[in-house]
Design a protein. Sequence first.
Length: 141
Amino acid sequence: MLCASPGNPLVAGDAEFFEKRIRPVLVTHCFECHSQDVQESGLRVDSLNGMLTGGERGPAIVAGKPDESLLISAIRHSDTLQMPATRKLPQPLIDDLAQWVREGAEWPNAEAVNVAPTPAAQERMPTEGEKQFWAFQPPQK
């Protein structure tokens, strides 16, 4: 694994950082399930457009905001969605991906991306019929 050194600093916004620290992680740990051949949950992570557009759960990344990015939440195993599913990535790789998103998610030679803004999430309350489900009923002896 390449490490930054005083003579060779890698900055997250640089193409070199992406090519040496980000793309290899995506290829090794993500492409098997989220690329051109297979799109689990409708998500592709083999292009910037794929990450910004996202899949069934919405955009995978929000450039500049790792704490709002589904990808970062998933690789941190901090929520119900945990990727890769079989094991958590080593912390230095998670830190690199979070830094990459924080610094704007530079993707060298990426095509222009036009992502439509997503409507603000609205809290949905259960309907009367859904409230009849056993989990919404008070416990009884």
